[in-house]
Design a protein around this ligand. Structure first.
Ligand SMILES: [Fe+2]
Length: 193
């Protein structure tokens, strides 16, 4: 069961930059909704596994991404804000910012402009890309794109047509069933470890 994080500061402590009313609504109503709905979705997924009734699977997986990513991003957001006393990136983080963006001002400009340009509802994120050992700035429309932010892929199956059409044509089920014969669990185990 996912639990709401406690706010490490009182509701009025971000003022005047972020009002008590705004934070109250954001944390107690909206964020709570994401956490509650993630828990409900996980319950429904358990029920589907137990009964073998996966007729609603597409909707459930979408809800898991939407509510789960909503919960995760709001936690990061609330925790990466704090009472308005100056703090700054550590020496190590600043070195990385300078390496990847040129300097702090250039990083701040890109983050600001990328935030302004987020289409409709979404997020702007400074992220660490482990594969590239590099910082990047990403926009995220809505907040899920059918993933959970911060998750680590363990076992992946390519469902693009190019991966099966030549051999299986439109028969996705046969392709998926064949896939179970050629999984290298040693590699998956390694990733999990
Ligand atoms: Fe929000």
């Amino acid at each position: 069961m996912l639990k709401m994080i406690d706010l490490p500061y009182p509701l009025n402590s971000l003022e005047p930059y972020y009002s008590k009313e705004t934070l109250d609504l954001h944390y107690n109503i909206l964020y709570k909704g994401y956490v509650d709905n993630t828990n409900q979705t996980q319950e429904k997924l358990k029920k589907a596994r137990d009964t073998g009734d996966f007729s609603n699977i597409k909707c459930l997986e979408k809800n898991l991404s939407f509510f789960g990513s909503g919960a995760i991003l709001h936690e990061l957001f609330f925790l990466n804000m704090g009472i308005p006393i100056p703090t700054e990136p550590s020496i190590k983080l600043m070195q990385q910012i300078v390496k990847d963006f040129g300097n702090y001002e250039k990083f701040k400009n890109q983050f600001t402009e990328a935030s302004k340009a987020v289409e409709a509802s979404g997020w702007c994120l400074l992220v660490w890309v482990p594969k590239w050992s590099k910082l990047e700035i990403l926009q995220c429309e809505k907040h899920q794109n059918l993933t959970l932010w911060g998750c680590k892929p363990l076992l992946v199956l390519d469902m693009w047509e190019h991966s099966y059409y030549l051999q299986y044509h439109t028969n996705r089920a046969d392709y998926i069933s064949a896939f179970w014969n050629i999984i290298n669990w040693n590699e998956v185990n390694k990733r999990f470890t």
